[in-house]
Design a protein around this ligand. Sequence first.
Ligand SMILES: *Cc1c(COP(=O)(O)O)cnc(C)c1O
Length: 354
Amino acid sequence: MTDTLDIKITQTPTSRLAETDFNNLPFGKVFSDHMLVADYEDGEWKNFEILPYGPIELSPAISALHYGQAFFEGIKAYKHADGKVSIFRPDKNAIRFNKSADRLCMPQLPEDIFVQSIAALVDIDRNWIPGKANHALYIRPFMFATDPFLGVTPSATYKYIVLIGPVGPYFSKPLRVKIETHYTRAAEGGMGYAKAAGNYGSSMLPARKAAEEGFDQLIWTDAKEHKYIEEMGAANAMFLLDGKLITAEAKDTILDGVTRDTVIALAKDWGITVEERKVSIAELIEGAKNGKLTDAFGAGTAATIASVASISYNGEEYFLSDPQTREFSKKVLATLDDIKYGRSEDVHGWNYMV
Ligand SMILES: *Cc1c(COP(=O)(O)O)cnc(C)c1O
């Protein structure tokens, strides 16, 4: 299983590191010097290569562009005070990568190859990892279909690519969120649990409409009745209601988030009751009114722990407690940061050292 992956390496002769402004890192706009590319052909993965980041040539007929055989992952690497580098739980992303591939009729990538390929790229560009608080190296692995013909049928060829780049915080302030009751992100039997590119394309119009109404994010509801909370934008929605941590069960329509899983593990460590179940809009509104909803946040790799300032439903806005005073999410964030940046013991074995 753990054969060392053979990767051809071509270093860039002209690093962009010195000219990169690490005090201004808009999310997803800055890429490091290198990227990793591999091909799937004749039923196997081959041509693993790390080369200078830049454009690649593709046929305009590739089926990823026409029929959406494409999906991605999001992971972060952190620099510790002593210079060590860790990637947070990439083994979980490896498993999810293959779940997405399976749903889209795309080939599996062995988990150890996924993790090794990412670690090799992070290692080469380790000087690109910001050392500042709340900063990290964002890792974007993705796969897409490359057969150059028009036919609604699984491609026989694919590319696996990994891009990395330094990032700062995703959200700068607590969010005003709107509970969406018309548009849906995912339906039972659909592909909500996959990090499929198409799921994000379809979210943009509803997100823009909500933004025009002044909201920062949407909370998606179930496609059947619009009565139950699903996710918050591209993060899992989590709540502390009556002292219990509640969140939607990770089934068909829910992306099984690594951050979600991590928050649940911490809550259990602390003896907090965790309920993964249907979360009704009604109980949240009730909790917002009677003060029993003491915490609400989105959990995701990009967003980390994104506090919810207010929840709007049917034109009514319900303000929650001041995020600065919320014990649970503040403790989660502090505990997570201590582990990720190597300041406390990694008792769960979440850090993959590079
Ligand atoms: C990526 C993503 C999440 C968060 O998953 P993490 O593994 O924690 O980054 C949650 N919901 C959706 C829809 C996502 O795309």
